[in-house]
Ligand binder design. Structure first.
Ligand code: ADP
Ligand code: F6P
Length: 319
């Protein structure tokens, strides 16, 4: 193997730049040439490849987003389009492709590897929705952004003795909500994995008020959604002023946390190591604090298990 290429795909996540840097510098250190691909699979099929050296990744470890840009490219689901991508990679002499993205991007990588391209995936998504890894790149930073927002909302919520509903991202996954709920000391956490009962929620809010709680902070995962409608209903039933805040894309930006930078650096180095060992169709993860690599098919087939234990800790602590 002489030359690898790297791309970022799907939703961006803080830490992607640190991962790009780690892949590029580890590869160069091992005598490999590196090409960057702009705009994910969309850029790949347009031949947007360029040579990268050590300085191409200077001054990016602290930056959110992705310097390679990213895209969602629905055409990539078509085999003819993927075959075009293979031809382009061959034309540039690229032997292996590193894909940083979520499960959709991994699906693209998996299908590319079936066409003979060596691939390795790094989990880059704030959602933490990949079952094979304990953490994805960007989750910790997004979580800290949410906590910063919750702390601020709590101040005003307490002053006005209101209920505050904060809607967080995560797609179909409640991990951001549960972790933010615990770290932010929320009174209730509503996640798609469990659903919720509106009457029970209103009862809990009223019981909290009767017990002397100054505010009620409710974290709502976007997989359930409807923060503004819920705020209206809660206000009607409880008689307590209620406000909703949707944190939205603030959660995707910002300088990556130290945890995400270290995770990205370790995962990037491992991705190159795995390719140098001659492996293909792998994804990098972290389990029990060890960086691991797994077969992409097996990793994608693992069903995500909701962390009931963590949720029950939150329930006890929020009473
Ligand atoms: P994420 O990687 O964050 O989950 P998406 O689900 O939007 O984000 O996927 C990113 C890109 O991966 C898509 O725009 C598409 O180019 C590619 N992709 C997703 N699913 C598939 C699939 N089934 N087959 C081939 N490519 C796919
Ligand atoms: O997958 C990351 C994510 O931010 C999800 O949490 C959210 O549902 C989605 O992407 C938003 O996508 P877009 O940026 O295309 O609106």
């Amino acid at each position: 193997m002489k030359k690898i290429a790297i791309l970022t795909s799907g939703g961006d996540a803080p830490g992607m730049n640190a991962a790009i840097r780690a892949v590029v510098r580890t590869a160069l250190e091992n005598g490999l040439e590196v090409m960057g691909v702009k705009r994910g699979y969309a850029g790949l099929i347009n031949g947007e490849l360029f040579n990268m050296d050590r300085t191409s990744v200077s001054d990016i470890i602290q930056r959110g987003g992705t310097v390679l840009r990213t895209a969602r490219c629905l055409e990539f689901k078509q085999e003819e389009v993927r075959k075009r991508a293979v031809k382009i990679l061959k034309a540039y002499g690229v032997d292996a492709l590193v894909v940083i993205g979520g499960d959709g991007s991994f699906m693209g990588a998996k299908l590319l590897s079936k066409l003979g391209v060596k691939t390795v995936g790094l989990p880059g998504t704030i959602d933490n929705d990949l079952a094979y890894t304990d953490y994805t790149i960007g989750f910790d930073t997004a979580l800290n952004t949410v906590i910063d927002a919750i702390n601020k909302i709590r101040d005003t919520s307490t002053s006005h003795e209101r209920v505050s509903i904060v809607e967080v991202m995560g797609r179909h996954c409640g991990d951001i909500a549960v972790h933010a709920g615990i770290a932010g000391g929320a009174e209730a956490i509503l996640v798609p994995e469990l659903g919720f009962d509106k009457d029970a929620l209103c009862r809990k809010i009223l019981e909290g008020k009767a017990a002397g709680k100054m505010h009620n902070l409710i974290i709502l995962a976007e997989g359930i959604g409807g923060a503004f409608d819920l705020a209206k209903e809660v206000e009607e039933v409880t008689g307590i002023e209620t406000r909703a805040t949707i944190l939205g894309h603030t959660q995707r930006g910002g300088s990556p946390s130290a945890f995400d930078r270290v995770l990205s650096s370790k995962m990037g180095a491992k991705a190159v190591e795995v390719l140098l060992e001659g492996k293909t169709s792998r994804v990098i993860g972290i389990r029990d604090n060890k960086i691991v690599d797994d077969d992409i098919d097996e990793a994608l087939a693992i069903e995500r298990k909701f962390d009931e234990e963590l949720y029950s800790i939150a329930e006890v602590l929020s009473k």
